[in-house]
Design a protein around this ligand. Structure first.
Ligand SMILES: C[S@@+](CC[C@H](N)C(=O)[O-])C[C@H]1O[C@@H](n2cnc3c(N)ncnc32)[C@H](O)[C@@H]1O
Length: 281
């Protein structure tokens, strides 16, 4: 990580990234994310770079705010799994964690209405899963009813979520979680299913084209991408219509086949990876 960002003022990238990374508020982010955002802001030619970068990073974190977070609660759940607690008790612990984040809180009623049964009816039950921009979504693992030998890897930029998900997934023997910025280093190892739930619209809002970039580089033979539907005001609903139209146009234009599953709060796109082009010349 070297060089200077020039945007009306000359600033050393290392210095800027280092000083922001050291502040308690942004310590949950990897330096790769701070550098990505710094370069993004600098490219606009904006003055007062340090301030602008901090503001952007604030938006990145605030967009995914948790109503509550308690690592000791996660650790109690992990210990209970280790003691061989009943499925009912483990699900109760998971449902508490799921209630801390808006997307998993909203999805929770759908889990008992066949959310994963319907999804896997199309994609097949995956043996390998990449959960892209996962937050606390891995705590839905029990509801997926995936076999123990399947492998589940969750990715997020926020270390807080990654630590919690990693402890949980390892306790279940289901997989692991990794701190990774999908816009800097997308996972490349191919998987049966990549989940990219309720995040496309957030990334598009922060940086037009960023949500699509994640889909384009998805490592999944199938990708499940969702957009929010309900709990939106009229303006947001209109924005949802535009986003959905744009996503569908991009999918069609790129030659990807997909089908849609509608839920009360979420529209789920199940997208097949396009066949490789140019094989055999
Ligand atoms: C709205 S939450 C989605 C949670 C989860 N997928 C679900 O549906 O329950 C978005 C998540 O994306 C993560 N995120 C945002 N930008 C990211 C990036 N560039 N790379 C990886 N994760 C990112 C945030 O930290 C946050 O946890």
């Amino acid at each position: 990580m070297q060089g200077r960002i020039v945007s009306g003022e000359e600033i050393d990238v290392d210095d800027l990234v280092g000083s922001i990374a050291a502040s308690p508020k942004y310590r949950v982010l990897d330096e790769a994310t701070i550098e990505r955002v710094a370069r993004q802001v600098a490219a606009t030619g904006s003055a007062r770079l340090d301030k602008r970068v901090r503001r952007e990073l604030h938006h990145v974190l605030a967009a995914y705010h948790l109503s509550r977070f308690s690592l000791p609660t996660v650790d109690r759940l992990v210990a209970a799994i280790g003691r061989g607690a009943s499925d009912e008790a483990v699900r109760a612990g998971c449902s508490e964690v799921l209630s801390w984040h808006a997307t998993t809180r909203e999805r929770y009623p759908l889990l008992s209405e066949g959310y994963y049964e319907r999804l896997f009816a199309v994609t097949g039950a995956p043996r390998t899963v990449a959960d892209l921009a996962a937050a606390v979504h891995p705590f839905e693992w029990r509801w997926t009813q995936l076999p123990a030998e399947s492998s589940y890897v969750a990715y997020d930029i926020n270390r807080t979520f990654v630590v919690a998900a990693d402890r949980y997934l390892r306790a279940e023997g289901a997989g692991r979680a990794e701190q990774r910025d999908l816009l800097v280093e997308p996972p490349i190892e191919s998987v049966d299913l990549a989940l990219f739930l309720m995040t496309y619209h957030c990334l598009e809002q922060q940086l037009p084209g960023a949500g699509w970039r994640v889909i384009e580089r998805s490592p999944g033979r199938w990708s499940a991408v969702s957009l929010p539907v309900a709990s939106l005001g009229n303006r947001q609903r209109a924005r949802f219509g535009i986003l959905a139209g744009e996503l569908e146009a991009r999918l069609t234009e790129s030659g990807r086949r997909y089908l849609v599953q509608e839920w009360e709060t979420e529209r789920l796109y199940l997208i097949e990876q396009p066949a490789p082009t140019g094989a055999g010349g």
